[in-house]
Design a protein around this ligand. Structure first.
Ligand code: ADP
Ligand code: MG
Length: 576
């Protein structure tokens, strides 16, 4: 309808706006990056869809983003000729928090476990960041093919208005009425009407944006005489020069040796909405059977929803530097889904669909190469920078452990990258290789014990004997650890042996006298054992005299074939 409507923001949005307006006092300049990146996304969208529907362009294919600072009205306008939005899309995208990421952001806000600064970076709350600097935000937009445009406006107080309007050019224009503190001439760094401030911000955050970010620079010049000398007493003339502020060279196309770590880090944080530098960067070019450039990142921290199925994953695909699609999950195996980044290959065609892509031979080849280089990077990290690897492990180790049992073909690639706590000490982790290196010669198997934490495992009655004999035991606290161990079954031909299951194979460690003792004790107590068995009839499968206990009187043990006690617990929880 053409009438003006006032609507309420969704409750979560309101909260978010409130935060933007009242709680964030640093780094407010990022609003510009967010709005430019939205503009760029919208141009990507129309450019891509126009490949199959040329009419969408409406004759305008000079894609650009324009910044217009205006002193007289204290407004900064950011305008694009991207995809624009219909009325429904405006309501859907701008009035409500539809994305799961932003929803989770709002939830985190409530529990106040992280500072707003951290959250902003972590979640990339995009459009709403405009309210950090503006007392009023006006958005005027028109989608291609629509006769009328839509005007949306809010002062960030919990409501917005929406109405029909005229808009000639396709795309979106966002007008920020800046708060007083952001247009004062004395303030250079946070004066968002100052052209040089804006230019610097675009260089800093949006340099590689694929479309030109333009701004008019007005030059006052006095005319010159025939010799080129300025005529001082003539009136100055104003000339307008349109400058493109960004270099538009995608970072990954540049020579690796000329890129500073900070450049990689900024690029990563911006593209993937992270607030921490990545732990590792992999930048590689390949030529040969397949041609591609890749820029991959191992984040420093797992996203809040990493272990939930809807968590964002997958790589961005480009063909000849032009964006094709996001979240392509077919390039890397599931267990490497923490890797963020992109692949640019002339072998991808622009209008390829996800379905066709899955069967593409090139994609498979590239995927194999990427997997290799990520695993190689992790191996290097493990060898050369153990603390950093452990940081990685703390965040993403679980993905590798799940990989070992969910994808059996991956076991050989992953088993050397696994770390486990062990009886060596509460804060130490060991690889399986190192565990084996420390094994006494007569030890036949790799021992492991499960429990909820270090002290719980230490208190297991079964641990006593192993401790006394100086045998190292892997401690499995994470519920997936045991699945991983079970799936591996052995490492370097050494079988895994649960301390609470079956025969501990410690005979080699026992003296012949000790063995005789056990037999003698059994004989002496035959009637007692019989009585216990009868008493617990059906609840247990056997009663044995054991050398595995020192000070505890009895313990429960699973038989070798059966699943272990803690796994039984996990399975029964899962079936609830
Ligand atoms: P995100 O960019 O992560 O999706 P934002 O809060 O930045 O989140 O933007 C929310 C949504 O609003 C976008 O997904 C997009 O659908 C829409 N949007 C924002 N800016 C524009 C724009 N300039 N042109 C078209 N749509 C836009
Ligand atoms: Mg955005």
């Amino acid at each position: 309808s053409s009438t003006r409507q006032t609507r309420e923001f969704q409750a979560e949005t309101k909260q978010l706006l409130d935060l933007m307006v009242h709680s964030i006092y640093t780094n407010r300049e990022i609003f510009l990056r967010e709005l430019i990146s939205n503009a760029s996304d919208a141009i990507d969208k129309v450019r891509f869809e126009s490949l199959t529907n040329h009419d969408l362009l409406e004759g305008d294919s000079d894609f650009e983003i324009f910044l217009i600072p205006d002193e007289s009205s204290h407004t900064l306008t950011i305008s694009d000729n991207g995809m624009g939005m219909t009325r429904d899309e405006v309501v859907e995208n701008i009035g409500t928090i539809a994305k799961s990421g932003t929803k989770a952001f709002a939830a985190k806000l409530k529990d106040q476990s992280a500072s707003p600064q951290e959250l902003i970076g972590q979640f990339g709350v995009g459009f709403y960041s405009a309210f950090m600097v503006a007392s009023k935000v006006t958005l005027v937009t028109r989608a291609p093919g629509q006769a009328k445009g839509v005007k949306w406006e809010s002062v960030g107080d919990g409501t917005y208005t929406i109405e029909e309007c005229d808009k000639e050019k396709r795309g979106t224009t966002i007008i920020l009425t800046l708060n007083d503190e952001f247009h004062s001439p004395e303030q250079s760094e946070e004066n968002f009407l100052n052209r040089y401030t804006l230019q610097n911000l675009v260089k800093k955050y949006s340099d590689y944006i694929r479309y030109p970010v333009k701004m008019n620079f007005v030059k006052e010049e006095k005319p010159r005489d025939a010799e080129g000398k300025i005529i001082e007493d003539a009136p100055a003339t104003q000339t307008v020069e349109v400058r493109t502020l960004n270099s538009m060279t995608p970072l990954w196309t540049r020579n690796k040796n000329e890129i500073k770590p900070e450049e990689y880090h900024l690029f990563y944080k911006d593209l993937f909405h992270d607030w921490e530098d990545p732990l590792e960067v992999i930048h590689a070019k390949a030529e040969g059977t397949v041609e591609y450039t890749t820029l991959l990142f191992i984040p420093s921290r797992a996203p809040f929803d990493f272990y939930q199925p809807e968590s964002a994953a997958g790589l961005r695909l480009y063909s000849k530097h032009v964006f094709i699609m996001d979240n392509c999950k077919d390039l890397l195996p599931e267990y490497l889904r923490f890797v963020r980044g992109l692949v640019d290959s002339p072998d991808f065609s622009l209008n390829i669909s996800r379905e066709i892509l899955q069967h593409s031979r090139q994609l498979k080849l590239i995927g194999k190469n990427l997997e290799k280089s990520v695993l190689k990077t992790l191996e290097n990290l493990l060898q050369k920078d153990r603390p950093k690897y452990e940081k990685f492990w703390h965040e993403f180790g679980r993905a590798l452990k799940i990989g070992v049992y969910a994808d059996r073909s991956s076991q050989d690639k992953l088993k050397d990258l696994l770390l486990f706590p062990s009886s060596q000490g509460a804060d130490t982790l060991t690889t399986l290789t190192d565990y084996i290196k420390r094994m006494p010669e007569k030890q036949k198997v790799i021992y492991y014990a499960t429990g909820k934490d270090y002290s719980a495992v230490e208190r297991l009655p079964q641990m006593e004997l192993l401790r006394e004999k100086g045998i190292e035991v892997l401690y499995l606290f994470d519920r997936v650890d045991e699945f991983t161990i079970e799936a591996l079954q052995e490492y370097n031909e050494k079988k895994f042996q649960s301390v609470s299951r079956g025969d501990l194979q410690l005979d080699e460690f026992d003296s012949p006298e000790a063995k005789k003792d056990t037999e003698a004790i059994y004989k002496e107590n035959e009637s007692l054992i019989k009585a216990v068995k009868e008493q617990l009839n059906g609840k247990i499968s056997d009663v044995k005299i054991s050398s595995r206990l020192k000070s505890s009187a009895v313990c429960l043990v699973s038989d070798n074939q059966g699943i272990s006690l803690s796994m039984e617990q996990i399975l029964s929880e899962m079936h609830q």
